[in-house]
Design a protein around this ligand. Structure first.
Ligand code: KG4
Length: 342
């Protein structure tokens, strides 16, 4: 029997509502990004984010349900999965309340979802999930981590950032260079212009320090705050520094530590399956580097399409399907809601 499930995502600045068939096939996946509003402030303003979720959520649910009824008129939705942690509390509450309302209306369970875990299940949408265990590389505005994923709910942190996340480092660098928010795409564009000009791509000329250069090969951590500080000093010493050149070499250092950590983790754990996710994996320089690495170490590195790498409801519905089948989720209606937001 086919199982249809809804996924709701509202942990930060994207409102996503998706309906999936068997945790894999997208029936509908409407998404609203608040980027244009937050751009005015150079970052996400939590109060504005929650208000916009509140404004957008009803129409997103209406659209998702209309698409579902049009596609599968005789079918029913069996569960509603919702991101409950981590995230901005006000934003999470918008999705959670919507999920509760749907749960009561349709008499179906609510499945609470951990946002970071959900990112890895984007790999199974319209595709085949890698076998467990696999390594999960998460690179977003708030996280730079490597996990060992043993199964739904069984995920172990193997490496993390000591300070800023990769996306945050790009956002802050873009701001220092006078580029627009979010910084990742603006930095990528400048780096591409520099690469296309093609004259001075010598890696030995990179003015930025190598990140965690003496980290042993059995550790997989990240650190980006020093990189940001060195950009600040470089700019002060050299006010004429070309933005394109700075963006290119700064981005190279970020990619370098990511590739080094993934290579070391694959070799250390002997696990040749990697799923990469999070907004930073939209970066085409990084995608190329991961592809090259996969060929070099004979690993399968899955990087879902950009639309599924950034926050979305489909990944939430996909992980929800695994829990639904296992039957071991904690039903929010039966637990303290406060606990779910820790
Ligand atoms: O996963 P995500 O969409 O949202 C959360 O952090 O929750 O990630 C957003 C981050 C931002 O820091 C943004 O600058 C970065 O992903 N990003 C990129 C690119 N597109 C978005 N970083 C590098 N290259 C990109 N093309």
């Amino acid at each position: 029997m086919d199982i249809y499930g809804m996924g709701i995502e509202s942990s930060c600045d994207e409102t996503g509502v998706a309906i999936l068939k068997n945790g894999k096939e997208i029936i509908t996946n409407p998404l609203f990004s608040q980027i244009e509003t937050h751009r005015l402030y150079g970052g996400v303003v939590p109060e504005n984010a929650s208000r916009m979720h509140l404004e957008k959520m009803p129409s997103m649910i209406k659209k998702a349900m209309a698409d579902f009824h049009a596609t599968a008129p005789d079918e029913k939705i069996s569960y509603v999965a919702v991101t409950t942690r981590p995230g901005l509390v006000g934003s999470l509450l918008m999705g959670y309340n919507a999920a509760l309302a749907i749960s009561h209306l349709l008499d179906i369970p609510v499945i609470p979802i951990h946002h970071l875990e959900a990112h890895f299940y984007a790999a199974g949408i319209q595709s085949v999930m890698p076998e467990y265990p696999f390594l999960g590389l998460l690179l977003s505005g708030g996280n730079s981590s490597i996990f060992l994923v043993h199964g739904p709910g069984e995920i172990e942190l193997a490496g993390d950032t000591f300070d800023d996340a990769a996306g945050e480092a790009l956002d802050k660098a873009a701001s220092l260079l006078g580029l627009s928010y979010p910084g990742g795409p603006s930095m990528e564009k400048k780096a591409r212009d520099y690469r296309n000009a093609g004259e001075h791509l010598d890696a030995a000329k990179n003015p930025f320090p190598r990140i965690l250069k003496s980290q042993p090969s059995d550790e997989f951590n990240f650190s980006f705050s020093g990189l940001k500080t060195s950009l600040l000093y470089l700019k002060q010493r050299n006010p004429d520094l070309a933005t394109e050149e700075a963006a290119y070499f700064y981005q190279e250092r970020i990619i370098e530590i990511i590739i080094r950590n993934v290579r070391n983790a694959v070799l250390h754990f002997g696990i040749k399956r990697v799923v990469a996710a999070g907004g930073v994996t939209a970066n085409t320089f990084l995608r190329e580097a991961l592809e090259k690495l996969a060929a070099e170490i004979h690993a399968r590195i899955t990087v879902p399409p950009v639309s599924l790498c950034t926050d979305n409801g489909a990944m939430v519905a996909a992980l929800g399907w695994h829990y639904y089948r296992m039957g071991n989720w904690s039903d929010i209606k039966k637990v303290s809601s406060a606990k779910e937001f820790i």
